[in-house]
Design a binder for this molecule. Structure first.
Ligand SMILES: *[C@@H]1O[C@H](CO)[C@@H](O)[C@H](O)[C@H]1NC(C)=O
Ligand SMILES: *[C@@H]1O[C@H](CO)[C@@H](O)[C@H](O)[C@H]1NC(C)=O
Length: 354
C-alpha cells in the first residue's frame, strides 16, 4: 500500500479492494460516516495495483470492488494503474465447457449495485483484464474518463455494462486491447456519446446468447470516433440462447481505418470450439445506422450476418458512407438473412431482404 497516494473523501461509503496481501481497504475507516447522504470519493495521485506475483487478495476476479453504495461519486484527476503487464503474459485461464478455454486477468474496478453512480475525470490504465465493470446498477453517468492499455493487451475491455439501466457515457477516451465499451445482457436505456475509441475492438453489444434470457434494449451510440479498431460498432450473439436485442441506434459515427466498421454477427464463436448452429437465437430488431462515415481496411465494410433460423428485422441504414482506407480500392456490403432498408448509402447496400 505504500505506493498508494490516493485521498478518498467518503461519506457513507464502503469499498474494499484486494490490494496486496488480503488488505481490505475500507473507506469507513478513513473518515466515512454512515449518515445516509451522498457519497463522494476524490481520486488524486496514482492508485497502483500490486503486480501479479504480489496479488494475494481474497477477491480473485477483481482488484477494487464498490458494492451496494447509493449515490457514489468517484471523480478527480487521479490514475488507477492495474499493473496489467505483469498479468498479460501469464493470465489465468478458465475452461468454459460450451465454448472452450479463455484466458483473462481480473477486472480492475467493479461497481455493483451502485445506483446513482457518477464517474468523472480519472484515468484507468493497464487493467489486468477489463478496466471498469458496471453491473446491476441503475442511473449512471460516466464522463471525461481516460481508459488506456496497449492495443495488443489481451481481453482488456474499457468499460463493460452488465444488467444495468439508465447509463450515460460521454466525452471519454478509450484505447485498449478489446472492446472500448461492451454492453451485455440485462441492460437498457444506455446513451453513449462523445467517445474517442482506438485502439480496441470498438463499441459492442454482446456477446449475448449464453445466458437464460438475454435482453438489451434502447441503446443509443452517437457522436463518436473510432480509429484503427478491429471492429467498429457491432452486435454479436452466439448461436442458441434466447431473448432479444432491439431499439438500437448508431448515429454520427466516424471511422478511421477500422477493420470491420459495421457488424451484426449472430455466428459469434471466436474460439472456434463447438460452433454448431442452433435454431433458437437472441432475436435482433429495430437497429439503425445513421449519418456514419469514414474508412475501412476491409473490402466488406458492412456485415449483417443474422441468425439463419430467425433473421434480423427492421434494420435501417441511412447516410452511411464508408470507403477503403486504400485509395481507389472497392468496398461492399454483405448480409445474411437481414431484413430492412438502406437509403443514401455508399457502398450501395443491396443485400438486405424486405
Ligand atoms: C462530440 O464528441 C466530442 C468528443 O469526441 C465532444 O468534445 C463534443 O462535445 C461532442 N459534441 C456533442 C454535440 O455532443
Ligand atoms: C451455420 O449456418 C450458416 C448459415 O446457413 C452456415 O453458413 C454455416 O456453415 C453453419 N455452420 C455450421 C457449423 O453448420
Amino acid at each position: 500500500m505504500d505506493r498508494v497516494l490516493a485521498i478518498f473523501m467518503v461519506v457513507t461509503c464502503m469499498a474494499s479492494s484486494a490490494m496486496g496481501a488480503t488488505t481490505i481497504y475500507n473507506v469507513m475507516s478513513y473518515g466515512a460516516v454512515g449518515n445516509g447522504r451522498s457519497d463522494d470519493s476524490q481520486v488524486s495521485g496514482n492508485i497502483v495495483a500490486p503486480v501479479k506475483n504480489a496479488w494475494n487478495g481474497n477477491q480473485r476476479n477483481a482488484w477494487i470492488v464498490f458494492a451496494s453504495i447509493r449515490g457514489l461519486v468517484v471523480k478527480g484527476k487521479g490514475v488507477f494503474d492495474g499493473q496489467g503487464p505483469s498479468w498479460w503474459p501469464n493470465k489465468p485461464c478458465y475452461n468454459d465447457p460450451a465454448h472452450g478455454v479463455f484466458c483473462k486477468g481480473p477486472t480492475a474496478i467493479i461497481f455493483r449495485r451502485c445506483d446513482g453512480l457518477r464517474l468523472d475525470g480519472f484515468s484507468k490504465i493497464n487493467g489486468p483484464g477489463s478496466h471498469i465493470l458496471i453491473m446491476a446498477t441503475n442511473d449512471v453517468v460516466v464522463s471525461n474518463l481516460r481508459v488506456i492499455a496497449p492495443g495488443d493487451s489481451p481481453n482488456t475491455d474499457g468499460i463493460d455494462i452488465s444488467s444495468s439501466k439508465n447509463v450515460r457515457i460521454r466525452n471519454s477516451f478509450i484505447g485498449t486491447g478489446d472492446d472500448c465499451i461492451a454492453i451485455s445482457a440485462g441492460s437498457s436505456n444506455i446513451d453513449i456519446s462523445g467517445i474517442t475509441c482506438g485502439p480496441g475492438h470498438g463499441i459492442s453489444i454482446g456477446a449475448l446468447g449464453k445466458g437464460g434470457n438475454d435482453i438489451v434494449e434502447n441503446v443509443r451510440v452517437r457522436n463518436s470516433t473510432l480509429t484503427r479498431t478491429l471492429t467498429g460498432v457491432r452486435i454479436k450473439t452466439w448461436q442458441g440462447g434466447k431473448g432479444y436485442v432491439r431499439k438500437i441506434s448508431f448515429e454520427g459515427i466516424k471511422f478511421v481505418a477500422v477493420d470491420n466498421p459495421i457488424q451484426i454477427d449472430q455466428f459469434y464463436c471466436p474460439l472456434k470450439v463447438n460452433c454448431q448452429n442452433y435454431t433458437s437465437t437472441v432475436a435482433i430488431s429495430d437497429v439503425s445506422f445513421r449519418a456514419i462515415s469514414g474508412t475501412s481496411t476491409a473490402e466488406s465494410v458492412i456485415n449483417l450476418m443474422c441468425s439463419q433460423s430467425v433473421g434480423c428485422t427492421n434494420i435501417k441504414l441511412d447516410r452511411v458512407y464508408i470507403s477503403s482506407s486504400t485509395p481507389g480500392k472497392k468496398v461492399h456490403a454483405s448480409c445474411f438473412n437481414a431484413h430492412g432498408t438502406a437509403t443514401h448509402s455508399k457502398p450501395a447496400i443491396k443485400c438486405l431482404l424486405r
